[in-house]
Design a protein around this ligand. Structure first.
Ligand code: 7RM
Length: 650
C-alpha cells in the first residue's frame, strides 16, 4: 500500500489516503469495530440485524429476522411497524422536539425551518388530507413535486397510512408521468403549481393535467401553491393543498403495517425501454437506511446534513428523507439549481447555514471543477466535516479536487456504491475507520456479501475485472418489480446462479480488497480481448489540462471487437482540431496504454445526459456507430445537442 500526503503527486498513481486524524479521533467506527461487526453480520445475520432492528419501534415484535426463498426474501416477519412513526414520532417528544428536522432554502432565497414537533404536526395533518380523499392502506399515490418540505411530508404521510408512494422526478415529461401513474394504478396525485428552476417556473400542474386526462385510475389531484402561476383546477378532481388542510384534524395515528408491507415504488430505467417499478417494503428498508445513514455519514445530532439529490431519485428517498430522519438528524434541503443566481450557490449555502455533511454526485463535482476554484474560494467552508459521492464512479481527478478544494483535506470522502434496487449503500468506506482510495468505493457494508465473478459465477482473481454480484439477501433489497415477478427474476437473479447481479462491472484491489466499480457492464469495452473501463479512459482524458469532461463508448470494430470513441468537452469553451485530437490520443496511450487509445475524438459543447445527470451512453454508442435510429430520447435533458455529437470527429 502506497501512502502520500502530496496530492499533486498521486493523480496518476495508485494511492491511498489515511483518514484525517481529527476526524478519526472522534469517529463512530474504528477499523477493528468494522471488522468485528462485518464478520458478525455474515456469521450471524439473524443476531446482527435483529439487534439493529430492535433499536427501532415495533408495534408487534418480529418473530423471524430473514426468510430466504430465492429470489424472494422476507425480513422481520411477524412484526408490525411504521417507518413514519420511527422517522418522525420518535423524535417529536423529548430532547429533539424543538430541534430542527428540516432546514430548507428555496431557489429565490426564501427559507423555512421545521422542528421535529412541527414536522410531526404537518405530516399528521397531511395524512388526514389523504384520508379525506379516500386514501387507504395499500393505495398507490403519485408524487410529482418540487424540492420543498411538502415533498418529504407527502412521502411520510403516505407511509403513515400504509399507502404506497411513487415519486416521479419533476423533470420527467407528462408522458413519462402518465406511464408511471398507469403502471402503479395511482388513485391520487400530489403536485404543485410549479417549481423554481434557474429563475423560471417549471409548470408541474400543466404536466399533471396532460398526464391525468389519460389516467382513469386518478380520482384526485392535490396541488401545493409554490410558484403562484395560474393553473387550471378541475372541479371535483383537483383541490388546493392549503384549503384541504384547513378542513382536517391535526392528529392522525400511524397505522401499524406488516414488515413486508410495500412502502414505495420507484421507476428506474433498465436495458429495455419500459421503466421498471422497483418495489421496496417497510421493515427491511427501514433498518437498512437507518443503519447505513448513521454509520456511513457518522451522523450526530449537531450535524447539518445535506444530500443534494432530488427526492425523485432513490438517493432522495433513502438519504434525504428516510435514513437521516430515522436517526433524528437535521437535514438541509435546497429547491433549485446549483448555478443560480451564480455558480457558487452551494458554497454560499454551506457557509451561511454551516452545513457539516455534503453528499453529492460526481457529475456535480466535475461541473464545479470546470467552473473554477475561485468560486468555492470566496466562501468559508470550514463547517464541512464529511463529503460523500454517489451515482457513478468518481474519477480520481475529481475525487482529489473535491478532497482538496471543498474538503480542505480535512474531510473524509465516502464514495458510496448502491442502486435503486439495493435501497441502501452497499459498498463504501466508513469515515475515520478506513483509508480512502480515490476511484474506489471501498468495502462491503455490514451484511453485504459482495464478489466479483466471471460469466459462469466463479470469483475472479483480485485485480481482474468481472461482474459485481451480491451472494445473499440484505434487508433493504428490492422485493420485486411491481406487478412483474418474472421480470424481477429475469433481470436480477438469472445471469449468475444464486446471485443478485447488479449490472455493474468491478475489480477488487489485491492490496486492501477495495472494490472499484467500473460502471454498467455495457460501459465496459472489449478492445482486442482487453477489458477497459470507459471510466478509466475518461479519467485519463480529463486529466489532460485542455479537457473539461469526456465520455467514452465502444464502437463495433471488425478487427478489435470494439474501438474507443471519445466525446470531449474542452476547458473554457476552446474548440478542438486534429492536432489536439492527436495530442489527446497520445495522452491516453501514455496514461493507460496504447490499447486504450481512442480511435476517434469528437469535440462537443455538451454531453447527452438524463435529467438526473447520467451520461446516456446508449445514445452515444449509437451515435459513435453511425446509427441513425436513436431510440427513446425522452429522458434527454437537452435534445438539441444530438446535432453536435453526430458531427465527424478526428
Ligand atoms: C444510488 C444510485 C445505480 C447505478 C449503479 C452504478 C452507478 C452509483 C456509484 C456508481 C460507481 C458509485 N442509484 N453508481 N453509485 N458507480 N461508484 N459510488 O445512483 O439506481 O440511480 O443508479 O449507478 O452503475 O449500478 S441508481
Amino acid at each position: 500500500m502506497t501512502e502520500s500526503n502530496n496530492i499533486e503527486s498521486i493523480l496518476s498513481s495508485d494511492v491511498t489516503i489515511e483518514p484525517p486524524e481529527a476526524f478519526r479521533a472522534k469517529a463512530r467506527t474504528s477499523l477493528e469495530s468494522y471488522q468485528e461487526k462485518y464478520q458478525r453480520s455474515l456469521d450471524d445475520p439473524q443476531g446482527f440485524w435483529g439487534d439493529i432492528a430492535r433499536e427501532l419501534h415495533w408495534f408487534t415484535p418480529f418473530e423471524q429476522v430473514v426468510q430466504w426463498d430465492p429470489p424472494f426474501a422476507r425480513w422481520f416477519d411477524g412484526g408490525t411497524t411504521n417507518i413514519c412513526y420511527n422517522a418522525v414520532d420518535r423524535h417529536a417528544e423529548g430532547a429533539r422536539a424543538n430541534k430542527a428536522a428540516i432546514i430548507w432554502e428555496g431557489e429565490p432565497g426564501d427559507t423555512r425551518t421545521l422542528t421535529w414537533r412541527e414536522l410531526h404536526r404537518e405530516v399528521q395533518r397531511f395524512a388526514n388530507v389523504l384520508r379525506r380523499y379516500g386514501v387507504e392502506k395499500g393505495d398507490r399515490i403519485a408524487i410529482y413535486m418540487p424540492m420543498v418540505p411538502e415533498a418529504a411530508i407527502a412521502m411520510l404521510a403516505c407511509a403513515r397510512l400504509g399507502a404506497i408512494h411513487s415519486v416521479v422526478f419533476g423533470g420527467f415529461s407528462a408522458n413519462a408521468l402518465r406511464d408511471r401513474i398507469l403502471d402503479a394504478g395511482a388513485k391520487v396525485v400530489l403536485t404543485a403549481d410549479g417549481a423554481w428552476r434557474r429563475g423560471s417556473v417549471l409548470p408541474l400542474k400543466e404536466a399533471v393535467d396532460a398526464a391525468v386526462t389519460e389516467c382513469p385510475c386518478v380520482e384526485h389531484v392535490v396541488v401545493l401553491r409554490r410558484t403562484g402561476n395560474d393553473v387550471n383546477m378541475t372541479e371535483g378532481r383537483d383541490v388546493w393543498w392549503h384549503e384541504a388542510e384547513q378542513q382536517v384534524e391535526l392528529t392522525c395515528p400511524a397505522e401499524p403495517v406488516e414488515a413486508e408491507h410495500p412502502l414505495f415504488i420507484l421507476y428506474t430505467s433498465g436495458t429495455t425501454g419500459k421503466p421498471k417499478g422497483v418495489l421496496h417494503t417497510t421493515g427491511g428498508y427501514m433498518v437498512g437506511t437507518y443503519l447505513t445513514s448513521r454509520e456511513v455519514f457518522d451522523l450526530r445530532d449537531d450535524d447539518l446534513y445535506w444530500c443534494t439529490a432530488d427526492v425523485g431519485w432513490v438517493t432522495g428517498h433513502s438519504y434525504i428523507v428516510y435514513g437521516p430522519l430515522l436517526n433524528g438528524a437535521t437535514i438541509f434541503m435546497y429547491e433549485g439549481a446549483p448555478n443560480w443566481p451564480e455558480v457558487d450557490r452551494f458554497w454560499d449555502m454551506i457557509e451561511r447555514w454551516k452545513i457539516s455533511i455534503l453528499y453529492t454526485a460526481p457529475t456535480a463535482v466535475r461541473a464545479f471543477m470546470k467552473w473554477g476554484d475561485q468560486w468555492p474560494a470566496k466562501h468559508d467552508l470550514s463547517s464541512l466535516r464529511l463529503l460523500g459521492s454517489v451515482g457513478e464512479p468518481i474519477n480520481p481527478e475529481a475525487w482529489l479536487w473535491y478532497y482538496r478544494v471543498i474538503g480542505g483535506e480535512r474531510c473524509p470522502i465516502v464514495d458510496t456504491w448502491w442502486q435503486t434496487e439495493t435501497g441502501a449503500i452497499m459498498l463504501t468506506t466508513l469515515p475515520g475507520a478506513h483509508h480512502m482510495r480515490p476511484g474506489y468505493a471501498g468495502l462491503p457494508f455490514y451484511g453485504v456479501d459482495a464478489a466479483v465473478v466471471d460469466e459462469q459465477g466463479n470469483p475472479v482473481p483480485d485485480g481482474t475485472g468481472g461482474l459485481l454480484v451480491i451472494r445473499r439477501p440484505w434487508p433493504s433489497m428490492l422485493r420485486t418489480v411491481y406487478g412483474d415477478d418474472q421480470r424481477y427474476k429475469d433481470t436480477y437473479w438469472s445471469k449468475i446462479e444464486g446471485c443478485y447481479f447488479a449490472g455493474d462491472g468491478a475489480v477488487r484491489n489485491a492490496a486492501d480488497g477495495y472494490f472499484e466499480v467500473l460502471g454498467r457492464i455495457d460501459d465496459v469495452l472489449n478492445v482486442s480481448g482487453h477489458r477497459l473501463g470507459t471510466m478509466e479512459i475518461e479519467s485519463a482524458l480529463v486529466s489532460h489540462p485542455a479537457v473539461a469532461e469526456a465520455a467514452v463508448v465502444g464502437r463495433p470494430d471488425d478487427l478489435k471487437g470494439e474501438a474507443v470513441v471519445a466525446f470531449v468537452i474542452l476547458e473554457g469553451g476552446r474548440t478542438g482540431d486534429a492536432d489536439l485530437a492527436a495530442e489527446l490520443k497520445a495522452h491516453v496511450a501514455n496514461e493507460i496504454g496504447a490499447i486504450a487509445k481512442p480511435e476517434e475524438i469528437r469535440f462537443t459543447g455538451a454531453l447527452p445526459k438524463t435529467r438526473s445527470g447520467k451520461i446516456m451512453r446508449r445514445l452515444l454508442r449509437k451515435i459513435a456507430a453511425g446509427d441513425e435510429d436513436f431510440g427513446d430520447t425522452t429522458t434527454l435533458e437537452d435534445p438539441s445537442i444530438i446535432a453536435q455529437l453526430t458531427a465527424k470527429g478526428f
